[in-house]
Write a protein that binds this ligand. Structure first.
Ligand SMILES: Nc1ncnc2c1ncn2[C@@H]1O[C@H](COP(=O)(O)OP(=O)(O)O)[C@@H](O)[C@H]1O
Ligand SMILES: [Mg+2]
Length: 285
């Protein structure tokens, strides 16, 4: 079976920093692929390659089985790969309907009498949001007055409307409370039901688990595992994330302190910590 998106042994270097090493993963239509990992694991780098912002240093990226070499996010978008960023690129004081069509305004009439079709734009926004189960009071409402979850939802509905086949969401729930996160996750499921391949980036297994079909776990730029939901209970996913995260942060802090102070004892403690992490099966290998 051909995957919608497939990466094969992809690596990414920034100078001598290896942000991704030999990463292989796939995304299918009508599925939610969750990419999980602690800070610095390489999640953002991974999606930046998928959306054309970065090019892989090594390995292959395929879309519909064909090798993809996107030189820019525009090219990826033209191939139907849309990314909703955390900061959303929306204008808070602008009406919802204007934000929805920003850069792709509906026009009526013929050149040189072309103008924006305001009535149709507003109706389209209400309809499209409605299809995703989002009811807004008034399309004239400024985007800034929407809740964080609603804003994310509008961005998702917009990507769906403009024909996205792959929807990439980078930590869409990170800044949200439980209820708002729930709102966004509902639209993730909605997008999946409409046949999109959704890539959900998060460091929160509790947000990923209810909506995910499979879980790609990144650690220090490498794939630690790729589990179908039936193969990994939530508790295990939480354990893999939490245990690894805590220990790694601690080790990292110790190493940093040791480097800054030149303290040998601290350096030893950091090394010992790393070994312990490995023994617990939470380390690199
Ligand atoms: N443009 C860049 N230049 C140098 N290093 C980078 C760049 N982008 C990311 N990195 C490094 O790559 C690693 C992975 O980062 P990132 O992909 O942002 O992780 P995550 O999103 O999982 O927190 C980190 O060590 C980060 O410092
Ligand atoms: Mg990130």
């Amino acid at each position: 079976m051909t995957h919608l998106i497939e990466v094969d042994s992809v690596s990414k270097y920034f100078g001598n920093i290896m942000a991704l090493k030999d990463v292989s993963a796939h995304v299918n239509a009508g599925e939610v692929t969750c990419v999980l990992g602690d800070n610095g694991a390489g999640k953002s780098t991974f999606i930046k390659i998928l959306c054309g912002l970065h090019q892989a240093s090594d390995g292959q990226y395929r879309v519909d089985g064909e090798v993809a070499n996107f030189a820019s996010p525009r090219e990826a978008l033209d191939a139907g790969i849309a990314t909703v960023y955390q900061d959303l690129a929306m204008v808070p004081l602008m009406a919802v309907w204007r934000n929805f069509f920003l850069g792709s305004e509906l026009q009526q009439g013929k050149t040189p009498f072309k103008r924006m079709d305001v009535a149709k734009s507003k109706q389209t926004v209400v309809d499209e949001l409605g299809k995703m189960g989002i009811s807004i009071r008034d399309p004239e409402q400024p985007v800034g007055t929407l809740s964080g979850g609603e804003r994310q939802s509008v961005a998702i509905a917009r990507a769906v409307y403009f024909g996205a086949r792959v929807l990439i969401l980078d930590e869409p729930t990170a800044a949200l409370g439980v209820k708002q996160a729930g709102v966004v996750l509902r639209y993730v499921v909605e997008a999946k039901k409409r046949g999109l391949g959704v890539i959900l980036i998060t460091h929160n297994p509790h947000h990923a688990y209810p909506v995910g079909d499979h879980f790609v776990i990144l650690r220090r730029g490498e794939v630690l595992g790729d589990y179908q939901k039936k193969d990994i209970p939530l508790e295990q996913l939480v354990q893999m994330m939490a245990g690894g995260a805590d220990l790694e942060t601690l080790q990292h802090e110790l190493e940093k302190a040791a480097a800054q102070t030149g303290d040998d004892e601290l350096a030893e403690a950091a090394t010992a910590f790393g070994e312990e992490t490995e023994q617990l099966g939470l380390g690199d290998e």
